[in-house]
Design a protein around this ligand. Structure first.
Ligand code: F6P
Length: 538
């Protein structure tokens, strides 16, 4: 597809001019005073997810120019190419079809232009088999613990979703997740388990990842040592490499395809632990929520398209305002693992520095994505968000109805969520600070200086996403929304969001160093690595 590089478009130049004239000094408080309709103008109602984008540093001109940028970069064609199964992962020569995993059987078209979801029969064959197996595990009184052994996309999605959907999970089953090759992860889990009552799911797209293979071997050895014999009953695999799983001795395997990226794989067989935890009906709801968001992304007009507008906003902040980071603040403890999940989704996808043709890009790409659930983050790093020297856009996620009956706790949680985005925007002037009674300063401390310490610059942008309830359906929609937002910014930057060559070098070097840790041979190593190796093996 011959789209111009984003920074060579007319819209980019116009955005640069607009930034100089109105963007750099854009004042949120003034914008709200001038525009009584600002909340409605910048609100987007997507399936299951409402987005308030009004507290962002944008006006209608910014929005129009960003939409023009999407047009010039042929974003709609790129989106359709993705959904139609064209090989958009150019460096690996593959299509990218996680959307096909959640399209209903014999699917209604993904949208009018791209037609039905490819591979529907294959997808639904595995899905049905996996869900039947999951129901079998849930009904099996002999199994009390399920241990998912996998890393990256074979861990973060299932772990995040099982935690988020805790109230939908089968209480008889305890779900465990071991990912790290550090034995402090798996070993304490094994110490608490009874081999006769445990099911291990070995989750690896490639079935070659060092950490997962090493942990799987330890689990199998532990199982046999505990007197376990029936590997077929106590081990299952989720992988594209069915042969390797069989060689490991696993006969219950649920496959998937190379067109499912690791960080986009929770909808595939990699979702098995989610299906075991929440059951078939809820897993299908998760898929349905994601599919509803796929259709929204495929069909909603740009200004009303939530993932698209958030992706455009990411470009505006990263490339014009120069913000290098975004903080995620889910005000729901169930979403505690969401920031970690989004780190892989966004930073492994868009942490790239060359375009599709391999030419270095002269502008920034993925921001650093990080966060913690509110209100915990407020008592840790929010100080920096409010008064630090860098502007960091914050993404609040609020859930209207809690899954518990403690209404007062929930009101307090929501009050905090609203208060934080309000405080970031409004700030507090030195004059306002001076008029306050400062409770902590000594009498000798200069009052004007104290007011400067107590002032907040304000005008700090945030987005608030609202779910009515945290359900399988709304979680599916929320995650799919993030996937498409990442695709949007990646497509505008002209990068391949679907490879991850950057993790390969470390893997290769770790292989070489593993042998040296045993031999203690430091010949030819750089002085630092040699010194550390000696110190660690002394
Ligand atoms: O970290 C690189 C990576 O390839 C991720 O993209 C992937 O999710 C993870 O490793 C695990 O890979 P696999 O599922 O093949 O074990």
């Amino acid at each position: 597809m011959n789209a111009p590089r984003c920074d060579r478009t007319t819209a980019w130049a116009a955005l640069a001019g607009h930034y100089e004239a109105h963007g750099r000094d854009f004042d949120l408080r003034g914008a709200f005073a001038r525009e009584p309709q600002r909340f409605d103008t910048h609100a987007i109602e997507a399936p299951e997810v409402f987005g308030d984008l009004s507290k962002n540093l944008v006006d209608l001109t910014t929005r129009r120019l960003l939409v023009e940028l999407a047009g010039e970069c042929r974003l709609a064609e790129r989106r359709d190419a993705l959904l139609a199964g064209e090989p958009v992962n150019v460096t690996e020569g593959r299509p990218v079809l996680h959307t096909a995993l959640r399209a209903p059987r014999g699917a209604a078209p993904l949208n009018e232009r791209v037609g039905p979801a490819p591979f529907s029969d294959d997808v639904h064959g595995v899905l049905d088999a996996m869900l039947a197996y999951a129901e079998g595990v849930r009904a099996d009184a002999g199994i009390t613990d399920v241990v998912n052994i996998g890393i990256g996309g074979s861990d973060l999605g299932p772990q995040m979703a099982v935690r988020a959907l805790q109230r939908y999970t089968e209480p008889r089953l305890t779900m465990h997740f071991a990912s790290n090759v550090d034995g402090h992860d798996l070993v304490p889990i094994l110490e608490r388990l009874d081999a006769r009552r445990t099911l291990f799911v070995i989750a690896s797209k490639t079935f070659t990842t060092q950490e997962t293979m090493a942990n799987a071997a330890v689990a199998r050895q532990w199982f046999l040592k505990q007197g376990g014999t029936d590997i077929a009953r106590h081990f299952a695999a989720t992988t594209t490499n069915v042969t390797a799983a069989a060689a490991f001795g696993i006969t219950t395997t649920f496959g998937f395809w190379d067109w499912v990226g690791g960080r986009y794989s929770l909808w595939s067989a990699i979702g098995l632990p989610i299906a075991i935890a929440i059951g078939e009906a809820s897993f299908r709801e998760l898929l349905a929520g994601a599919h509803a968001m796929d259709r929204h992304f495929a069909t909603a007009p740009a200004e009303r398209n939530l993932p698209l507008m958030l992706g455009l906003l990411d470009v505006w902040y990263r490339n014009f305002h120069g913000f290098a980071s975004r903080s995620i603040a889910p005000y729901h403890q169930g979403l505690a693992r969401l920031p970690a999940y989004l780190q892989q989704l966004e930073m492994e996808s868009n942490g790239k520095r060359v375009d599709l043709a391999g030419a270095p890009l002269p502008f920034g790409t993925s921001p650093v994505v990080w966060g913690e659930p509110g209100t915990n983050g407020q008592h840790a790093y929010f100080q920096m968000l409010h008064q630090g020297s860098d502007v960091i856009p914050v993404e609040f996620i609020a859930v209207r109805e809690p899954a518990h009956g403690e209404a007062d706790l929930h009101r307090k949680l929501l009050a905090n969520c609203l208060a934080q985005s309000q405080a970031l925007m409004l700030g507090k002037t030195p004059d306002e600070a001076r008029r306050e009674q400062a409770p902590t300063a000594g009498a000798a401390f200069d009052r004007a200086a104290l007011a400067m310490h107590r002032a907040f610059p304000g005008n700090r942008p945030s987005t608030t996403l609202v779910l009515d309830r945290l359900t399988p359906r709304s979680l599916g929609a929320l995650i799919a929304m993030y996937e498409h937002r990442v695709y949007t910014s990646g497509a505008l930057w002209g990068i391949n969001s679907f490879d991850q060559w950057g993790v390969e070098l470390g893997k290769a070097l770790a292989g070489a160093l593993l042998a040296r840790l045993q031999s203690r041979d430091t010949t030819g190593l750089d002085a630092s690595t040699a010194g550390l190796l000696k110190r660690l093996t002394a």
